[in-house]
Design a protein around this ligand. Structure first.
Ligand SMILES: Cc1cc2nc3c(=O)[nH]c(=O)nc-3n(C[C@H](O)[C@H](O)[C@H](O)COP(=O)(O)OP(=O)(O)OC[C@H]3O[C@@H](n4cnc5c(N)ncnc54)[C@H](O)[C@@H]3O)c2cc1C
Length: 365
């Protein structure tokens, strides 16, 4: 009988592990969603509803042999997973890959939505956004800026203002990249105000149309017709808080070894945004972690010693499209990180926001 590998969470990392091991083990993937969500595409999915389906890939087409359980893990212990439904899933090997949540529309509004529901949400917000002349975005990190860029790409005449408490754009990235970013934002007419906080959040719900005024900490009033929250990542490890496995860090991440085992368990791995490593919380690292875990699990399934090791890095990389025509980025090279051109940002991300890569993973023609 095949050994069982249970993957909890089918995001960038988990769906890759499940797919790679499908032919070598009895794989079970657990996720409350109907589909993998390519978060990198979600902001364009908001501004271009006809394109929005590209952000979602049904789990039904991921595995040839394995099964997908549409449910949420509420507890994990060394023997397996307990689901919200009360069902128990025993496992020889476990991979925890539950990632993080982010305010809508960057990630889905609800934890367990269907594709149809998510497309409805996006269409509804699109309608509200289409009628808004003035847009306020709170948070000038990559998500807030990318959202501003996508909005300006579709509606160049809208007034878009982005506020952030921080004094610098993308702190920690190369100075020339940050300067270029400022230049491109100015060109697009996006009003970015740094070192600026609000005395209170807007009284209108985020993503809903309705004129409101907010006051900055310097006493200035900003009037807008809709706003979006672009801050507030939450690590999805609530199901580990009962201590059935290992204690979490203060950041709610889970400590792992260099082979990406949850500390103390050679048959349990964790990958992606939930791990306590210096790697930036990015899909690219979740997939790098997945590759390491696939190698180690392949060895264990074959009765060999797992020996793939992950070297964590705090090196900052980014591809930040500002709509379909422009963007900035920096990527690793053998000599350290270096700025890339807007053309590279377009080719590597801006053109299709990774749709082709996931179409191939999920067998979409
Ligand atoms: C707008 C936006 C754009 C981005 N662009 C990029 C980019 O260009 N490049 C990049 O590298 N990164 C990008 N990121 C970051 C990237 O999305 C995250 O780093 C990535 O999603 C982390 O992947 P993951 O595999 O750890 O988990 P996730 O992709 O977050 O997936 C986690 C999965 O686990 C499921 N889950 C959660 N809780 C449970 C539970 N209790 N039981 C079962 N399943 C559960 C969820 O439903 C989800 O399907 C972007 C993020 C946003 C918001």
């Amino acid at each position: 009988m095949n050994q069982t590998v249970v993957v909890v969470g089918g995001g960038y990392g988990g769906s890759l592990v499940a797919k790679e091991l499908d032919s070598e083990a009895d794989v079970t993937l657990i996720d409350p969603r109907e589909a993998f969500v390519n978060a990198a595409a979600s902001l364009r999915a908001l501004t271009r509803p006809h394109w929005a389906h590209n952000a979602f890939f049904p789990f039904a087409t991921l595995l040839q042999r394995g099964r997908v359980i549409r449910d949420r893990a509420v507890s994990v212990d060394p023997k397996g997973v307990t689901l919200a439904s009360g069902e128990r899933v025993e496992a020889d090997y476990l991979v925890l890959a539950t990632g993080s949540s982010y305010p809508y529309p960057a990630k889905p509004r609800h934890a367990s939505t269907s594709i149809a529901q998510q497309l409805d949400d996006l269409r509804e917000t699109h309608k509200e956004l289409a009628g808004a002349g003035r847009v306020l975005i709170l948070g000038a990190g990559p998500v807030g800026l990318e959202l501003a860029g996508e909005i300006k790409d579709v509606w160049p005449d809208k007034y878009v203002v982005v506020l952030d408490r921080a004094d610098q754009l993308l702190p920690g990235f190369l100075p020339e990249v940050r300067n270029e970013l400022r230049h491109r934002l100015d060109e697009l007419g996006i009003d970015v105000r740094l070192g600026t906080a609000l005395t209170a959040l807007p009284t209108v719900e985020a993503g809903r149309a309705g004129r409101f005024a907010v006051t900055t900490d310097t006493g200035e009033q900003i009037v807008a017709d809709i706003w979006f929250q672009a801050f507030g990542v939450e690590i999805n490890t609530g199901y580990l808080a009962d201590g059935s496995l290992s204690p979490l860090t203060e950041q709610n991440t889970i400590p792992v070894t260099e082979r990406l085992n949850v500390q103390g368990y050679e048959h349990i791995y964790a990958i992606g945004d939930i791990v306590a490593l210096p790697d930036p919380k990015m899909a690219s690292y979740a997939m790098t972690h997945a590759d390491i875990v696939v190698k180690n699990l392949r060895a264990q399934l074959a009765g060999d010693q797992p020996d793939a090791v992950h070297t964590a890095t705090s090196e900052r990389r980014i591809l930040l499209p500002l709509g379909t025509r422009t963007g900035i980025g920096q990527l690793p090279t053998p000599d350290g990180v270096a700025a890339v051109t807007a053309e590279t940002v377009y080719e590597r991300k801006g053109a299709d926001l990774f749709t082709a890569r996931f179409a191939s993973r999920f067998g979409r023609a």
